[in-house]
Design a binder for this molecule. Structure first.
Ligand SMILES: *Cc1c(COP(=O)(O)O)cnc(C)c1O
Length: 235
């Protein structure tokens, strides 16, 4: 098991950013091509604000209701123009409207039905909704995501939807104590992107606290990191 010491959010962020730079350099990549999504689910506003003051610009949340409260009080307390909110948790169709209202990017579109609904709500709001497609590369029952088999059809359909801007792919591999075991999943997501020639999929959202360095070596452009910044989440 990895242990994260909570020496403070600002210090943790510095360490995370150094690790991002080091992994990018190791893979011959520009560290600026890797964006940090600070995962703030269950984290309270004062901590989020500390992270933003320390330079975080993208916040990842996994539940629509939780964010509804946070966004409004956040906007009171911080000048939030340069902050992006990303939905990284599963989205139910009946919450699509709120999600489109709240999130700059929805990383978890995984079916034509959901894409349709998000597109419809975005159209009503006269918004172009940035999205990623969540791809499921393992056979874990509990995980969401489109299967490789259904991937092409979803790509085709989403590309036609006028109020969606498809920017790339996202995946959550199974958890492994040995992060090297996650590498094939990250590599596979990059291959899927490369095989989907004809679609512009610049973003690969992959890698969390325990495995983001491996994900960057395999081409991640967004890493989603909670615990390594904020400490262990209470249950
Ligand atoms: C919680 C969560 C993360 C962050 O996980 P950590 O291990 O705390 O870094 C990343 N991605 C998704 C989809 C999550 O739900």
């Amino acid at each position: 098991m990895l242990i994260f010491y909570t020496v403070g959010i600002t210090a943790n962020l510095k360490i995370v950013n150094e690790k991002i730079s080091r992994s990018a350099a190791k893979a011959g990549r520009n560290p600026l091509d890797v964006k940090l999504v600070a995962v703030t689910k269950t984290i309270d506003l004062p901590e989020i604000i500390e992270a933003v003051k320390a330079g975080v610009t993208i916040l990842g949340e996994n539940r629509v209701q939780e964010v509804q409260k946070k966004v409004s009080s956040f906007k009171f307390q911080v000048s939030s123009e340069r902050i992006e909110w990303h939905l990284i948790g599963h989205l139910q169709k009946n919450k699509a409207k709120t999600a489109v209202e709240l999130f700059d990017m929805i990383q978890t579109v995984d079916s034509i039905e959901l894409a349709d609904e998000v597109n419809k709500q975005a159209k009503k709001m006269n918004k172009t909704q940035r999205v990623l497609l969540q791809v499921k590369l393992s056979d874990e029952e509990t995980k969401h995501g489109v299967s490789e088999k259904d991937m092409n059809e979803l790509l085709e359909e989403v590309s036609k939807m006028q109020n969606l801007k498809l920017e790339g792919l996202m995946t959550i591999p199974p958890f492994f104590d040995d992060h090297e075991l996650a590498r094939p999943y990250f590599r596979r997501l990059r291959e899927i992107k490369e095989e989907a020639a004809g679609f512009c999929l610049p973003e690969l959202s992959m890698g969390m606290s325990n495995d983001f360095e491996v994900a960057i070596e395999e081409g991640a452009t967004m890493v989603r990191i909670g615990t390594a910044i904020f400490g262990e989440r209470g249950l």
